[in-house]
Design a protein. Structure first.
Length: 699
């Protein structure tokens, strides 16, 4: 009965989710959105979100490492991000004796927190429009000269904004170079692991549940930012002290419900909203199908052998996750683009634009020119995909690639760690089978002009791709670490190694027949896109459509806002937006590695004693919301209308992923981890009450 009522309410509220039209907004101009945000429930001001004079929420959001987002949650530098973002750091600290991946890790006192050389947290000091400075003196010059002038101007701007400070800064184009922004960061470099759940919680559901709803993954990890005694960045030292952030998020455990306002503050990496129709055609009809097929070949093989050999499963778990992640995302993207008929819509729009542009010299040719450039780049772009996803996906060639960087100028016979690490997780018999399929697919699908003559000859000599690959694996010194060692000791002539030959033949082909054309046409497309986007802004204004533009994600700080909302994935089905511990327990399966939860969690469930974290007899785990997010938003804070932390973003549903090109308010949902589950696990599984006490929890 309760459920039926809930569904009725959801359906009623369904129309209200349409209010999220997507968008990843620039914090320094959030004033322009604040009216709309308030209309949708936001209770704070633009200055609370972004201010350079006084502390604001921007000071609590960081670039975690190179690709994720993190947020400050205590006055003592405690930071939250995703388990999958901190995974490789945790892996480095793990061994057979201390398997932190398997068992989790909880530092009970600060001295036990684990340092991570090379890991950084970047805090944004300010961002500013520097378009005029970047473009000074560029008028009347050709493309090459303009590039050089811009580069000089950018150096000057960076210098000006960082002079006398230890900040770093970067200038990035937005709207394809119609505008330029500078981003100034303070970089902290002593970042330590504080707590992580066991992988059976942090990666619960594995690849099966990745990009899926309903979801029950406890994808979180705690870190702490350390500083010198002056609270400024300092390299790792045991004398460093916890960083006192300018701002940190309070945690709300008051709960969430369908249609509540939510906001995500983080670092989405790349979207392509303004992509020309031919670009979408390339993705949907060429690139995605090719990449999906090539990755399917790899996954089929890995999944086949891992069943028979647990050692291979462990060695290939991380590789499989990496391969499968984008593989599943591309499938969702293609499905979404087809369903939305994005190409047809774009073509219709471009035709209308072209008519309008007919009388405007600046825009008159832009559509025709874009078509030409896309037809020119087409073959090269596809070869690039095959080169990366077929040839360079052969692990043996990755081993050569690593060796190529040290082998010729190394005087010692010792094999560097990076090369040994490669062999640690390498099974040539798996790679050999995959290599046969990948090379055959490349040679089948790619015109001869892009297949190195030497390779064609070798394959002919061997009689078939299969035989050629068998010979290669039988003789190459790069197949095992022992062979490589012996080769070095015996003074082998590596230039004659068949794997080196294959690697260099493809590289040379790529460098001479592909790279420079790709660069040339891409530069032309960028320049045309710049004109086209500017034209669209003018066109929409003249037509008074009221369309608001936002720049594509470029791995800079953005704000997305929407609401907690379920959705209808297909006819007659409604997905509720909140998952719970009951659903997690229903998925629990001791026989399935990805769904085998810790016994301790089973025991807690059997007592139903969740203490402080009990919500109607269960514990909420994950939730869906209609925020426009992308890769890089992993670890981003999900905030309520008062700017309190209600969750950590970690995924989208796979059927949402076309939102990198076209956002569909009815279908696109990001997936957040409910902060109450984070606290529950921290308390009941980690026994780390001191962390909970460190945070400010609004109940
Ligand atoms: N889909 C999420 C993202 O795109 C999580 C990826 C990591 N997890 C995995 N099972 N591969 O990054
Ligand atoms: N898991 C993704 C990340 O690591 C976020 C998912 C998405 O693409 O939205 O950034």
């Amino acid at each position: 009965m309760k459920k039926a009522l809930f569904i009725a309410i959801c359906t009623l509220l369904y129309s209200s989710v349409l209010f999220s039209q997507g968008g990843m907004w620039v914090p320094s101009s959030i004033k322009e959105r604040i009216k709309d945000m308030k209309a949708k429930g936001f209770k704070l001001s633009a200055e609370d979100i972004y201010d350079i004079e006084k502390a604001s929420y921007k000071d609590a959001v960081v670039i975690f490492g190179s690709g994720c987002t993190g947020e400050m949650v205590s006055p003592d530098g405690l930071m939250l991000t995703n388990h999958h973002c901190g995974f490789s750091e945790l892996q480095k600290h793990s061994s057979v004796e201390h398997d932190y991946l398997k068992d989790g890790f909880w530092a009970m006192k600060k001295e036990d927190e684990l340092p991570n050389p090379g890991l950084t947290a970047k805090f944004l000091i300010r961002m500013e429009d520097v378009t005029d400075m970047v473009l000074t003196g560029t008028e009347g010059h050709n493309v090459e000269e303009e590039k050089a002038i811009k580069r000089k101007n950018i150096d000057k701007v960076v210098q000006k904004f960082t002079e006398g400070t230890k900040y770093i800064a970067e200038v990035k184009p937005i709207y394809y170079g119609n505008q330029y922004y500078i981003y100034v960061y303070e970089v902290y470099e002593d970042i330590r692991i504080v707590g992580a759940p066991p992988s059976s919680i942090g990666k619960f559901g594995g690849e099966t549940d990745n990009w899926m709803w309903p979801r029950h993954t406890g994808d979180f990890m705690y870190f702490r930012v350390y500083a010198g005694k002056d609270n400024k960045p300092a390299p790792y030292s045991k004398d460093n002290v916890p960083y006192k952030p300018k701002k940190y998020f309070n945690i709300s455990t008051k709960g969430i419900k369908e249609s509540d306002f939510t906001m995500i503050y983080g670092y989405p990496a790349r979207t392509q909203q303004y992509l020309f129709s031919s670009g979408v055609d390339d993705i949907l009809n060429y690139s995605n199908p090719a990449k999906i097929k090539l990755r399917t070949m790899r996954l089929d093989e890995i999944r086949q052998v891992r069943k028979s050999d647990p050692a291979i499963r462990i060695a290939y778990a991380y590789k499989e996750a990496n391969i499968a992640n984008a593989w599943k995302k591309w499938q969702g993207e293609s499905l979404g683009l087809s369903r939305l008929k994005t190409i047809d819509k774009k073509i219709a729009y471009e035709e209308a634009f072209d008519k309008w542009a007919n009388t405007k010299p600046e825009y008159k040719n832009v559509i025709a020119d874009l078509k030409t450039q896309y037809s020119l780049i087409h073959d090269y772009a596809l070869v690039q995909d095959y080169y990366k996803e077929a040839i360079m996906a052969i692990e043996l060639l990755q081993a050569v690639d690593i060796a190529n960087k040290w082998l010729s100028n190394s005087s010692s016979a010792a094999i560097p760690k990076i090369q040994s690490d490669f062999y640690h997780d390498y099974y040539p018999e798996v790679d050999r089978k995959i290599a046969k399929k990948l090379l055959a697919e490349y040679m089948n699908k790619i015109p001869p002009a892009f297949i190195p003559q030497d390779v064609i000859t070798e394959v002919q000599l061997a009689g078939s791709v299969d035989k050629y690959i068998d010979n290669l694996f039988a003789t190459s010194l790069f197949v095992t670490e022992d062979r490589l060692k012996a080769g070095i000791t015996n003074g082998a002539i590596f230039a004659e190694d068949p794997a080196i030959k294959l690697y260099l033949a493809f590289r040379k082909m790529y460098e001479t027949n592909v790279r420079k054309y790709l660069q040339e046409y891409n530069t032309n497309i960028e320049a045309l896109q710049k004109t086209f986007v500017r034209g669209q802004q003018e066109y929409e204004k003249e037509q008074k459509t009221g369309k608001t533009f936002f720049p594509d994600a470029n791995h800079t700080l953005r704000i997305a806002y929407g609401a907690i909302s379920g959705y209808s994935p297909e006819d007659a089905v409604w997905y509720m937006p909140i998952s719970t511990l009951d659903g997690l327990i229903a998925k629990d399966n001791p026989l399935d590695y990805d769904f085998d939860i810790p016994q301790k969690l089973r025991d807690i469930y059997s007592t139903s004693n969740y203490g402080r974290w009990d919500v109607n007899g269960t514990v909420p785990v994950c939730f869906l919301a209609s925020n426009h997010t992308s890769g890089g938003n992993s670890g981003s804070p999900v905030l309520n209308s008062k700017g309190e932390l209600i969750g950590i973003n970690f995924d989208r549903t796979w059927t949402s992923t076309m939102s990198d090109i076209e956002f569909d308010p009815e279908m696109c949902r990001n997936i957040g981890l409910d902060i109450r589950y984070v606290l529950f696990i921290t308390d009941k599984i980690g026994g780390a009450k001191h962390l909970i006490d460190e945070m400010e929890i609004i109940e």
